[in-house]
Design a protein around this ligand. Structure first.
Ligand SMILES: N[C@@H](CCC(=O)N[C@@H](CS)C(=O)NCC(=O)O)C(=O)O
Length: 214
């Protein structure tokens, strides 16, 4: 089996999800930077392989795969140990509710092409764009925090290891911090963040520790 290749960008939160996941599974992969700032992801050489023109893209088993959530679930099915989703159907639901809430409600509206469009052609200033960003963060992070409080979580959403939820949460919180979002009233999320960020799989995946980080 050839080494997997992860096409990503250090600051891309969806690439960060995959780096964490591959590290947690203990899989060796080659990290191939694609520069979003220069639009390298829109190059026909890339879009021929990934029609979404998005990051991450994972080359594995002779196939190019895109879409981070589908990739995380594929990795978990192809490499079941350690599991990102437990066997119990209700526990799987709890994890997916929170992971997909973040992935579909926050990431989609705060993605780079959306932010660029707000600037040009819509003409909004960076200050207004930052307000947009934090608005969509709060709209979903507040209910996530409330759900974690209901569930009486410890260092992780479930048990003593990260799940699909933590793989999606940690990159989103890194972005929240970059946009000066106030997390001081989110003790559950920040406790989980601290526990994850102490783990080697998360440390190695951090944007600052990538070869293309500047
Ligand atoms: N739904 C996709 C979204 C991926 C995505 O849009 N990633 C961003 C980086 S975080 C990207 O590639 N943006 C392309 C661009 O900015 O043109 C996924 O989860 O993989």
């Amino acid at each position: 089996m050839s080494t997997m290749k992860l096409y990503g960008y250090f600051r891309s939160s969806t690439s960060y999800r995959l780096r964490i996941a591959l590290n947690l599974k203990g899989l060796t992969f080659e990290n191939i930077p694609v520069d979003l700032r220069t639009g390298a992801n829109a190059d026909p050489a890339f879009t021929q392989r990934n029609p979404f023109g998005s990051l991450p893209m994972l080359e594995a088993d002779g196939r190019d795969r895109a879409q981070s959530m589908a990739l995380l679930e594929w990795l978990d099915e192809a490499y079941p140990d350690p599991a990102f989703l437990p066997k119990d159907i209700e526990a799987r639901y709890t994890i997916r509710e929170l992971a997909y809430g973040i992935a579909t409600e926050i990431h989609a509206v705060n993605n780079l092409p959306v932010l660029k469009y707000l600037k040009d052609p819509l003409g909004h200033t960076q200050d207004v764009i930052d307000i947009w960003y934090r608005h969509w963060l709060a709209r979903t992070l507040n209910p996530v925090e409330a759900r974690l409080a209901q569930l009486k979580t410890g260092d992780f959403l479930r048990g003593d290891a990260p799940s699909l939820f933590e793989i999606v949460l940690i990159p989103q919180l890194a972005n929240a911090r970059r946009f000066n979002y106030d997390l001081s009233h989110s003790p559950h999320m920040t406790r989980i963040e601290a526990a994850c960020c102490a783990l080697p799989a998360f440390i190695a995946a951090h944007p600052d520790n990538q070869p293309d980080a500047q």
